[in-house]
Write a protein that binds this ligand. Structure first.
Ligand code: FES
Length: 100
């Protein structure tokens, strides 16, 4: 088991889990479409560490980038990816206003 340092936190990757699955499971905001390495929409900046591609991506991958849908984490890595922002509903906002 290894770790991923993101913009907001540090997470553990479960055995067999892709980087995309680990980021989703831990509430990170990561885009995706094909989940197969074709579209490149999940591409992230890889700050440090190494991944292994379980399927070679057809999408362009730059020197400091990673396509998380088709790779597993080889060493502790650091990526630029933030946690999803919680949306506040209109009811919640009015409740917040009442609490003030
Ligand atoms: S979701 Fe399409 S390349 Fe990752």
């Amino acid at each position: 088991m290894t770790t991923v340092s993101t913009t907001d936190t540090l997470i553990r990757v479960l055995p067999g889990e892709t980087l995309l699955e680990a980021l989703e499971r831990t509430g990170h905001d990561v885009e995706y479409q094909c989940r197969g390495g074709y579209c490149g929409s999940c591409r992230l900046t890889l700050v440090e560490g190494e991944v292994v591609y379980t399927q070679e991506p057809l999408a362009f991958v730059g020197p400091h980038e990673v396509v998380p849908c088709c790779c597993v984490v080889k060493t502790p890595i650091k990526v630029e990816c933030s946690l999803r922002q919680l949306e506040t509903s209109a009811d919640d906002k009015s409740q917040l206003a009442l609490d003030l």
